[in-house]
Design a binder for this molecule. Structure first.
Ligand code: ZN
Length: 151
């Protein structure tokens, strides 16, 4: 199979289509994986801080008498709650992606883990890689939802 033939669909929207591949190429697999874990945990901490701030507002709002203060507080709490929820969702998404990609980083031929050269993007969510140990090539995908049922 010729793996080098350009896919016209992926070339036409190369900048957005191959963000996953570009990110892997620029950092290398191990750095990419570490970054994903750091970023996802950053989202988790931010989301938890929002939850703590929300709880603090609920506790604090019991002591306010003025309605205007309570409305302003409610607006901030709703915004913080929404933002916190988005952070926790992003935490879950990026962590699942990191683990999903990491689970495909072992060479199917020699089982060497994470020692791979990033070749080309194949479509929106896949990248072709080559094992540095045995030169076997395979695809790594970044979208677990294609295979796992979403919850
Ligand atoms: Zn190998």
């Amino acid at each position: 199979m010729d793996t080098r033939s350009p896919d016209p669909r992926s070339r036409s929207t190369d900048t957005s289509v191959s963000r996953f591949a570009q990110s892997l190429k620029s950092h290398g697999f191990r750095s990419w994986y570490e970054r994903q874990l750091i970023i996802s945990h950053g989202f988790m901490v931010t989301g938890l801080l929002c939850v703590v701030a929300l709880a603090a507002w609920i506790e604090e709002s019991r002591q306010h008498a003025a309605l205007s203060d309570q409305l302003i507080g409610f607006a901030f709490a709703a915004l913080g709650g929404w933002f916190g929820l988005q952070c926790l969702r992003e935490y879950r998404r990026s962590l699942i992606t990191a683990e999903f990609v990491s689970g495909q980083a072992s060479c199917p031929n020699c089982e060497t883990y994470g020692r791979l050269t990033i070749l080309d993007a194949e479509g929106e969510h896949a990248v072709r890689v080559r094992c540095k140990h045995c030169a076997h090539e395979w695809l790594i995908e970044d979208e677990p939802n294609k295979q796992l049922p979403s919850t």
